[in-house]
Write a protein that binds this ligand. Structure first.
Ligand SMILES: [Zn+2]
Ligand SMILES: [Zn+2]
Ligand SMILES: [Zn+2]
Ligand SMILES: [Zn+2]
Ligand SMILES: [Zn+2]
Length: 236
């Protein structure tokens, strides 16, 4: 595997690696997925963006049992954090990065009405506020890179490790990106496929996380949570 590929994979997964390590350390897991899934499409962290346009760390304090985490920014009417993709590559729009004048901070996930999420009211119906726009409910003009479904089919879940174990949803080291594929897992952690030192520190070292319960053998292995366009040939 060449360094360029490894570097790109690591960068693509930077936010999810940080979110996974934080979850494993604190025991508070935040996942974005369709409600019936037993795996997350995106691992959500403090730097993840909300539909209201503010980051998770600009919202109220949360625990693994939070249901609605409201925005703490003055004047924002958001009552419940709802993850939205914050980077074009999260929705498969890889060509943006190649534009020389592309400024990642200006990119916004968009609605079918062509207006960005943060021009829609962050309430239950999420109507568009752009002048003259008749859009009465946000509908994503993009599909999730992990499951190919629309944004509005997903929810953000705050969970404890126990809640996830009981529901058969990955936690502990199983929550790391590419947990089932050591080479890719190492790349996401270190940028190098043969460097498993952080993984071993995490699973064997002091403060090592408890071994996850064995997964039900009747459940097919799910790679869906790791699926990203552009890297399909690796595991399809
Ligand atoms: Zn807000
Ligand atoms: Zn919000
Ligand atoms: Zn709209
Ligand atoms: Zn609109
Ligand atoms: Zn999805």
């Amino acid at each position: 595997m060449n360094d360029d590929f490894a570097g790109k994979v690591k960068t693509l997964f930077d936010p999810e690696r940080e979110a996974a390590l934080a979850a494993i350390t604190t025991g508070v897991y935040i996942g974005w997925r369709c409600p019936e899934f037993t795996w997350d499409c995106i691992r959500v962290g403090d730097m993840s963006k909300c539909f209201c346009g503010h980051l998770l760390n600009q919202h109220a304090q949360y625990t693994g049992k939070s249901v609605k985490v409201k925005c703490a920014m003055g004047g924002c009417e958001c009552k419940a954090f709802a993850f939205v993709p914050g980077r074009p590559e999260d929705v498969g729009e890889f060509w943006f990065q190649r534009r020389r004048d592309f400024d990642p901070s200006t990119w916004r996930a968009k609605c079918r009405c062509k207006h960005p999420h943060d021009q829609h009211a962050p309430n239950a119906y999420k109507p568009c506020k752009a002048k003259g726009c008749r859009c009465s409910q946000f509908e994503s003009n993009f599909l999730c890179a992990a499951c190919d479904r629309h944004w509005e089919d997903h929810e953000t879940f705050f969970e404890t490790e126990d809640m996830r174990r009981q529901a058969g949803i990955p936690c502990g080291q199983e929550y790391l990106p590419f947990a089932e594929m050591p080479d890719l897992r190492n790349i996401v952690l270190t940028g190098k496929e043969d460097d498993d030192s952080p993984y071993r520190a995490l699973t064997e070292g002091e403060g090592a996380i408890p071994r996850a319960l064995p997964f039900d053998n009747n459940t097919p292995v799910q790679f869906g949570g790791q699926k990203k366009p552009g890297f399909k040939p690796v595991y399809d």
